[in-house]
Design a protein around this ligand. Structure first.
Ligand SMILES: Nc1ncnc2c1ncn2[C@@H]1O[C@H](COP(=O)(O)OP(=O)(O)OP(=O)(O)O)[C@@H](O)[C@H]1O
Ligand SMILES: [Mg+2]
Length: 285
């Protein structure tokens, strides 16, 4: 093993949950394009589809997985069996329909899940988690277990209200006090900044949290065209405005500091997801 490989092996997998509260604001679009753009930068990326809805990552990327995370939890196969390879070597863990509340897994299932994530042969630099709309227990579990929570918002009062509700509940559950905000479907930069400021106004007034503006993705018809082509936008239309914005987002994300409490292995993710009581200790970074 040379020095560079060794150094890389020591880096923790940085887990980013993409969430919103409100449905249809672009979580899956953001997850896919952020993941593909990070992979195109040469990073090892795993995209965990934690949404049980219909328009899923595998469909949008034209992949056909035979098995899902549910099979891993049930001990029917390993995580490696479930992974499907997407663009730029991105590895996708397909949606696990019928997955239960992570904190309610049996000890046996939990141990299986931990070892499944530890057995990922190649260490991942990033794991992007696409969550479901709403604040169901499972979505909150995934967010709580992640290093970073990227809250997607649009210029829509319901999106802001739901983003605020999500931030509030995550802050109360696990005392997470830092969130990243991504304004999607923005008409222009001025509108995006106004959306971000509005969210900041309410969180500043009622919560003790810091919100960083992670980026702005413009409203762009190429997003839907890429969906029709079953391709990531950053692959299908790399020069489009939204495509460029996703590449910028990936470049910025790649430079986010590694949280002090990040461990080097995937184990922590499942540990944290299934053992919420230990969270308060570690989330304040
Ligand atoms: N920047 C954008 N410009 C134009 N259309 C967009 C943009 N982002 C997302 N869309 C479109 O908006 C719709 C919803 O996007 P997406 O499925 O990613 O949202 P979601 O938050 O994952 O939804 P759900 O809550 O159902 O999981 C899709 O048709 C998608 O193509
Ligand atoms: Mg989605």
């Amino acid at each position: 093993m040379n020095g560079a490989t060794h150094f890389r092996a020591m880096q923790p997998t940085r887990v980013i949950a993409v969430t919103s509260g409100k449905g249809g604001v672009g979580k899956t679009t953001v997850s896919i394009n952020l993941a593909v753009a990070l992979a195109s930068l040469g990073r090892e990326v795993v995209l965990l589809d934690a949404d049980l809805g219909l328009a899923n990552v595998d469909v949008l990327l034209g992949l056909s997985p035979a098995r899902t995370l549910t099979d891993v939890i049930a001990g029917r196969c390993t995580l490696e069996d479930v992974l499907v390879t997407g663009p730029a070597g991105l590895r996708v863990v397909p949606a696990a329909s019928g997955i239960q509340h992570m904190a309610e897994l049996s000890e046996h299932e939990r141990a299986g899940l931990i070892s499944a994530f530890n057995q990922l042969e190649r260490a991942a630099d990033f794991m992007v988690v696409d969550t479901a709309a709403g604040i169901a227990a499972n979505t909150l579990d995934f967010c709580d277990a992640s290093h970073e929570v990227l809250v997607v918002v649009t210029d829509d009062p319901a999106s802001l209200t739901d983003a605020y509700a999500t931030i509030k509940v995550l802050n109360q559950r696990s005392r997470r006090n830092r969130f990243r905000v991504l304004v999607n479907m923005a008409q222009d930069d001025q509108v995006a900044r106004r959306v971000y400021r509005r969210l900041l106004e309410v969180t500043d007034r009622y919560l003790d949290v810091a919100l960083d503006l992670a980026g702005v993705i413009p409203l762009d018809g190429h997003v839907r065209s890429a969906v029709r082509r079953r391709q990531a936008l950053v692959d299908a239309y790399p020069a489009s405005r939204a495509g460029q914005a996703f590449k910028n987002l990936a470049a910025t994300t790649d430079k986010w500091p590694i949280p002090r409490w990040a461990s080097g292995r995937m184990e922590f993710f499942v540990e944290r997801m299934t053992r919420m009581e230990s969270l308060g200790r570690v989330v304040n970074v």
